[in-house]
Design a binder for this molecule. Sequence first.
Ligand code: 23J
Ligand code: MN
Length: 261
Amino acid sequence: MSASNALEVLVQALSSGSVRVVDLTVPLQPSTPVIKLPEMFAPSKPFALEEISRYDHRGPAWYWNNISCGEHTGTHFDAPIHWVTGKDYPNNATHNIPVERFIGPAFVIDVAKEVAANPDFLLDRDGVLSWEKRHGRISPKSWVLVRTDWSKRPNAEAYLNIKDDGAHTPGFHKSAVTFLAEERDVLGVGVETVGTDAGQAPTFDPMFPCHTLMHGSNKFGLASLMNLDQLPPTGAVVIAPPLKIVNGSGSPLRVLALIPG
Ligand code: 23J
Ligand code: MN
């Protein structure tokens, strides 16, 4: 198929419903959960809206707001520059990453059952390999999304799941991250939890292995995704461009998946 024909086919498929669009983004509002790091580290601000005017004396015909939040709030993108291991790559920040790298096929690994039995569940290299035996090899320049159903937790407290010894949320074993970055050359990983690392990752070696190794390989992260249960294991395309913040380490974004209808 020629390139222009491919786009014609896509437009037709979107209009007929044979390709559907799934929104993988959580609502962005003051109550949107924000990661809570151990006390010794500086915190990130939650999302806030400040009204500038609403068809009133401050602006009779228009409504608009000032917004503020940490770069890593709600559904958000982690750029390689976010981590010390990724700080020296060229084009590693939100404004200069080549835009082609924001779009790719999605491979969706479902570990919801394992996570229901163990909130500290870690996907490891063997877990990825056994998924590949069933669904095929993960291709280069793809997004690997881990379905945990964590986004279905009923409130922020259950979602952050903080106990006396820190957060208890699922994530990656370093063996899976190294495998996906080095042997599969993915674009990055996406998760349903507040960050791409497990809740207990401050205690791991290395600390925060997903951030350390993914960004250390110039790869990306997507955190606080939802609706991963609506995606097929293979065959979806994910579009995830962050805001063009100059020297940004990441940003809230809208993440869309195209799926067969
Ligand atoms: C800073 C430090 C540790 C972590 C994070 C940020 C995130 O999860 C993030 O949003 O990138 S784990
Ligand atoms: Mn982040």
